[in-house]
Every structure is written in C-alpha cells, then in structure tokens.
Design a protein around this ligand. Structure first.
Ligand SMILES: Nc1ncnc2c1ncn2[C@@H]1O[C@H](COP(=O)(O)OP(=O)(O)O)[C@@H](O)[C@H]1O
Ligand SMILES: [Mg+2]
Length: 347
C-alpha cells in the first residue's frame, strides 16, 4: 500500500495561552501540492514548523511517509525528517557562490557527487552555468530559485514553502509561480505551499486548505472551495467567483462571451474554466444581446447583477449605481479583466 506523503492528525500547538494551531487534520498524497492559505497570523507558518520539526505539537500526531515523527511519546528532530524548507526571506550566504549555497545542505558522505548534483539542481531551476556567480549578481527571482535548489538538493521526501514569492514584485511573482508549479509537478514533488494570496493558492495547489484562527476550515480542490465554500469565512476570504468554460488560445480564452485575455498557461485548444469575479464582467443593454438580466441587488456604490448567458450559465457582474437595469433587460456581456484570472484545467 502506498503511504500518504504527509498526515497531520488532530494537531494542536499553543504559545503560552495563545492557541496558534487547533486540531488540524491534513493529508497529502505523494506528488501532490497542497496550498495552505489564510490571513496573516492564522497559523500557517506554525503548521509548517510543526511538520519540519522546529516545533513540537502539544497534542496530535504527524506522520511522514507513513512513519510517525511526532506524537505523545515520540519526536523526530528536523535533521532526521528529510523535509526541505524554503522561506520568504530565502537567506543565501552572500560570501558563498551559487554552487556553494546550493551544496550547503549536502551530507558529508555525498561530497564526491557534489559537482554533479549541483549542476543537476541548477539545471532543474533554470540556472545552468551560474554556479560561480555570487547571490548579489542575481535577480530576486534567480536568488529565490537558488534557495529552492538548495532545499531540493538533499532530495527531501517533502518540500515546505513558506510564502516563497511574497518578497518578489508583482510581475516576477506571476512568472515565478508558473515556473514553480511546472517544477514541482515535473519533479513529482510532494509539497505544502503556504501563502496568504488567494490567487496564488488557487493557481499552485492541487488542493487547498483554508485556515482561519488556527483551524483548517476547509480542504478541497480549487473548484470545491470556490463552488461549495464550507463556511462564510471561506466564501469571503477566497472571494466569490463564477466559472466560465472556454478554450485556451494564444491570445486568451475563447468563451461564449468572447475572447478573454490574457492568455493562460495551457496548451492551445485545452478546455479550461476561468474564474470570473463580478467586477471582471461587463455588460450593456443591447436589444440584440443574447444574455438577459435575471436580478439586481443594490450594493451601495454598485449594483450586483445576475446574468443568464445563452448557454443558461449564470454570471455575476457589478455596475455603477448611477444606472439601473431592470430584470428581463437584454444585454451584451463581455469581460476585460486587465489582469490574469484564476483558471483550472477541465477534464
Ligand atoms: N514562537 C512564538 N511565540 C509566540 N507566539 C507565536 C510564535 N509563533 C507564532 N506565534 C503566534 O501564533 C499565531 C500564528 O502565527 P503564524 O503561524 O506565524 O501565522 P501565519 O504564518 O499564518 O501568519 C500568531 O498569533 C503568532 O503571533
Ligand atoms: Mg507565516
């Protein structure tokens, strides 16, 4: 039987009187990327530190590859867990070359394979030939990839990533999250990725665990979290969105309301679901329009409309409160979000 890569059973941890993590259950299958998402202070880092062995749970059990590493009587220290960790402030040693930084965690016994292993890792993260550079000669994104190579070199059974992209600027962050997903999936790594950014969580995770005040409120696929939030908190925090099916093209996603850019990182022709929020969707009254307004809800400075598309699918759209459209009005609907949208492969 295949073991789970990771399992947390009813794990709790308090600091003094403060419960940081309360009764957390999590399961990760081998090769799966789980994102742990929630607001600042909800206990994400503490969960990672418990998994890595930098904290000891007050109660509950943690298993890695089916082996208990923390329970009432047992505690395996971090260096014997085979877990790799990448932090937000990926502290490279400034006086060491890229190669020496990457090789830093290599056990003494494997020193003879050093050059070969470093080369392999640098190729994996797209930094071939840079082993002699110093960290300050690299961009932020490149430095983050060195940190990743360093964490991956000892071939961890599990990799933990604590907001590794949050110190990068917006453009680079978007690019790095795509690269990271390709890398994690390509290397079939089991990973727990922590972020407070909903879009990043949706993009990177095979499944998401949404945390609030030390508890996991819901674990599920991005679609489950979006379409069936288990609590108000989950619905609110993850943002409400509608799914719109379409086909990936080099210019964007072709949908029943037209082409929606920018392009997504999927094969041209691939079937995808875009997640549209109400403020991504626009419409105008048009007698020849093939969509129809079903309802209007007053929302202060905006009105929220429920629209029915020709396929029967529903979309929500916000519009200024200065114009009011009546239910039954025929409309033309389109979307020009001006930013990348969350999306999922449809199979
Ligand atoms: N070493 C510590 N000592 C005391 N309190 C801590 C410690 N580490 C974390 N906490 C508290 O536990 C809670 C969860 O923190 P953390 O796991 O860092 O949250 P997150 O990573 O989601 O922002 C916070 O209220 C934080 O202040
Ligand atoms: Mg944190």
């Amino acid at each position: 039987m295949d073991h789970l890569a990771l399992e947390l059973k009813n794990v709790s941890k308090r600091f003094g009187e403060h419960p940081a993590v309360q009764g957390v259950d999590l399961q990760l299958t081998p090769g799966e990327v789980l994102t742990l998402v929630g607001p600042s202070g909800c206990g994400k880092t503490t969960v990672l530190r418990l998994i890595a062995g930098f904290e000891r749970p007050d109660s509950g059990e943690i298993l890695l590859g089916g082996r208990s590493v923390a329970n009432r009587t047992k505690f395996v220290p971090p260096e014997h867990r085979g877990v790799g960790m990448v932090f937000q402030d990926y502290a490279l040693f400034p006086h060491l070359t890229v190669g020496d930084n990457v090789a830093f965690g290599l056990p003494r016994a494997q020193r003879d394979k050093r050059a070969e292993k470093v080369e392999f890792m640098l190729r994996l993260v797209g930094l071939d030939g840079r082993q002699d550079a110093y960290p300050q000669e690299l961009s932020g994104g490149q430095r983050q990839r060195v940190a990743l190579a360093r964490a991956l070199l000892p071939q961890p059974v599990l990799i933990l990533l604590d907001e590794p992209l949050s110190s990068l600027d917006a453009d680079l962050r978007l690019k790095m999250r795509e690269e990271l997903r390709v890398l994690l999936k390509g290397a079939k790594l089991s990973a727990v990725f922590v972020t407070h950014d909903q879009e990043e969580a949706l993009y990177l995770g095979d499944r998401l665990a949404v945390m609030n005040q030390g508890r996991v409120e819901q674990v599920g696929t991005p679609e489950e979290i979006f379409s069936a939030p288990a609590s108000d908190f989950v619905a609110e925090f993850m943002g409400k969105g509608d799914f719109l099916p379409g086909t990936s093209t080099p210019a964007g996603v072709q949908t029943e309301i037209g082409l929606i850019g920018p392009a997504v990182n999927a094969q041209p022709g691939a079937a995808v679901d875009l997640v549209l929020r109400a403020d991504d969707v626009q419409f105008e009254a048009d007698l020849a329009g093939d969509s129809i307004i079903l309802a209007r809800h007053y929302r202060g400075t905006t009105n929220l409309y429920r629209l029915r598309l020709p396929s029967g699918r529903l979309l929500h759209a916000t519009a200024s409160h200065t114009v009011r459209y009546r239910p039954g009005t025929r409309v033309r609907v389109w979307a020009e979000p001006g930013h990348a949208l969350p999306w999922f492969a449809r199979d």
